[in-house]
Design a protein around this ligand. Sequence first.
Ligand SMILES: C[S@@+](CC[C@H](N)C(=O)[O-])C[C@H]1O[C@@H](n2cnc3c(N)ncnc32)[C@H](O)[C@@H]1O
Length: 959
Amino acid sequence: MEAEDERASESDDLYESSEPEKEAWQDEEASDQDWAVKVVGVEVVKGEEIHYEARWPAWSRPDGTTNTYHLKGDPASPLTGLTGDWDDARKDRINSVLQEFQDDKDGTAGTVLEIDIWADNDVMSSNTRYHAQLFDEKLAITEGRFKRKQKRKVEYDLGKTLEAEMLRLLTKEIGEKDAKKMLKEYIDEEELGDDDENSTVNGDGDGDDDQEEGNSRRRTRSETRSSRTRSTAPSTSSKTSISRAPSAVSSGPSRSQPNTLSDIQSIPRIPRAQGHARQGIQQQGKQSGKSSALIPPARSAFSSPPPSSFGPQASQKIPTAFSAQFSSAISLSASVESTLPTGLASLRSSAAASKTPPLSLSPFSTPDSASTAWARTTAAPKIISASPHTSNLKVPTVSPLSIPPASFSFSSSSMSKPLSAASSTSTASFSSAMSTSSTSTLVISASTLSFPSPENKSGLLDLDMLSLPESRTIKAQIRSTIVESTTSTLNYTSNLDSILHSSAQPESTTSNPKCTSSRSSARTQTKSTTPNGRATMTPEQGSRSKLRTFANLKHVSQDDDTGTKKKPLAQVKSKKTGIGKGKAKETRSRLQLLSLAWTEAAAQAGAAAVTFVNEVDDEDGPPGVGLGSDTTVGEFRYLEAELETHLEELLDPPDAEMFLRCNCGVGEEDVHEDIDIEMLFEGFESNEKDESSSRNTALEKTCSDSSACGCQGISELLTENARVPVSAYTEEGLFRFASRSNPLESGIEIIECNRYCKCTLYECRNRVAQRPRSVPMEVFKTEIEMQSGSDEDEDGKESKKSSGRGWGVRCGEQAVKRGTVLGCYTGEIIHRQTANELQGDHGTYVFDLDGRDPAEGDEVDPNFQIYSIDARRCGNWTRFLNHSCLPNLAVYTAVWDTIPEQNIPHLVFFALDNIPKGTEMTVDYHAGMPLPKKGRARKKRPPGTHECFCGAKRCRGWV
Ligand SMILES: C[S@@+](CC[C@H](N)C(=O)[O-])C[C@H]1O[C@@H](n2cnc3c(N)ncnc32)[C@H](O)[C@@H]1O
């Protein structure tokens, strides 16, 4: 009883109603006009008052909203006499829903009618709810819960598209005949042995009539993918047709709506955690079994979900007999569904515009008092999605935005001057590369194929499509073809030097007979043959190929034909420490090799250089971060932007229809058009365009209108004065700070548009963190300074200690503007439990994905998983970000290639300040923990932490 009372009073607080909008025009002349009006919804306030929602197509407020709300029975209501039809339609709809329920003999609903009850009716949560509902529905559909919505088998021949594009580009360079010949040779070779794989991937191809069969096909597909991921089985061929795009893509709320109430009601809900987040790089010495990743736990403002967006939901099973009690909920959903095909759009516009949002706009919400209970009904469905990024062969893209143009030049023996990608189109470099076919390079070719430059997109392959795992593989094959016919591996590596900002670059190495690859040697270097005779390049092989290039470089740099001595990249300062004089050649070489290897790997993802510098001592680079198995540099996998996982539950890539698409963007051909997501939500998108006639289509095109872009529904930053959905990014693509006075004030999780967005990656205003990094990074050895004794001195004596933070990262030659998005923390996704059990140094590079960690006391479904990212064995430059109590970077969570409910967002770093070039970049590992008012705290350090050497004006003293 007590609990009930408590809930009731809580609900009173929650559902304090606001006055319906008073419309000025009612008192003015305009009210005499004959206005067209349509009843489009109903709200029930505290289970008593019923307000009709009306839309006035010929009228709008200055902000574009058109809806008004009118109390039922109010004689002054302009809807008097107009609600009859609507009420009838609602009743019909309710009856049909109930009928559907009663007819449901297949046992999915059983004797229980499930009704979702939302715990609050804050309109700002609506998008999140829609999102969750849509996700659930899609999940249910994917699982074959609804027979009448059979999954349609969709195939598209990626290989063909690639072939066509290859042919087009090659034809331009070497003429149609040769181009065809070259491709044919390649394809013939690839086709050998394809059959078995095709049959595995595609099933028997006789449609999806039988659900069980569909399921088994899915299983087969997933098994195929899993094994590909784990054991790097040979990739699919260019002829493979794929059933649906398998990569996980962010789901943002869409303007699509679930089909029927019964669909909604019988869908299991993935439990969503609400709670305080801890986010930070784990500390050394962390104890096994501790639940917290940090000691003491820190709360990051960035990781805490916005209260409205991620508010608790309640979903309860209601016995049929009692369903009448919930008629208001049913009627809400049913009526909106039957009469409001574009309800969400209007919802958005009215919600965005109204400072006093109307109550309970969500068709899925009801202000019932019981709804405050944070209940979960069914067991969470197995997480179907996965990180799609399990391949270590990245799409080799070279972005003109991310590589300083001048630096990406490729010299070659047969060219009078270096090839240059200085022109902003990579096509240019491709042309040059191909026309000097004996010496041009692999990367140019591959990058050209995959990168659509902003100026010249026509005819180039769609980057989105190419980032599918299958296409990566296919691309790798193409890449190997090009290598065979045109590439000098040596040139490739030696020219990477020009990306580096070394004062001295290796001499041209093309004349070195030991290193110049002939066509046949390139073949053996870059192509492997599987037992069945297929020539493919798997991700791992791609990586080995890198290693070989690497070895060549090493060879060249140490044994140069010309006899010219190379200057070291790192100019060792020995003034301070005296260390480093007469440094061995290998030391310099390792730094250089690391620079080349990391830059090469970054460039393949289209990102700017990452170099290693030590101006402090003779350490030849951070331990264990070399690429490949070369003992000189250790083993490490560079992951510029993707995550890796070995977790079973994440190995199964989701089907495309798991993800939602916003409807921004017009006229662009969508390569995924044939994946008919709309089919699943037929009838709910039809009037979108009418609705938004007043909207600026140019804005729409690039997802700039955050109130209209479905994907941005929950990227709600809180402004200082009002809660309005605003885009997470400015027009310039900078992070939009919530508040000048306290930029970290609001918790956010950004939902970026995903690959199904109709804008391109570079056009889309809501795809910023996904773009390749444009700021070159320098991993450098931090200064070793002599300091006074620390607060930990037992005998209290002053002592001199050296302090260092190991290796850190700074922006090299490029200053960074406040709000610049710099990149994501990458590494291996592991279970939080595993992370917590890592001992000592092993936890040093672990970053918790804790944006949605359950709060203490939350009831958590046993299937609910939380994760961390471990950058010990793979990762990128962000693993070197040191801590500062007054940092210049911060981190937020963003989702675009997973579903938020998976709890695997990206951790995105952005600049909190303008950062001058050459400045170390730091984050606060304990964001949210109090700082001393000034100076350095001299309190005893918490156990498990160690002394902080951040040197900030205000410092906690421990890290
Ligand atoms: C994520 S790593 C950062 C990269 C690390 N410096 C390296 O050399 O690999 C985190 C570790 O760096 C060190 N560190 C980072 N910031 C520090 C600071 N302000 N004071 C002392 N040590 C710090 C600590 O050893 C910490 O466990």
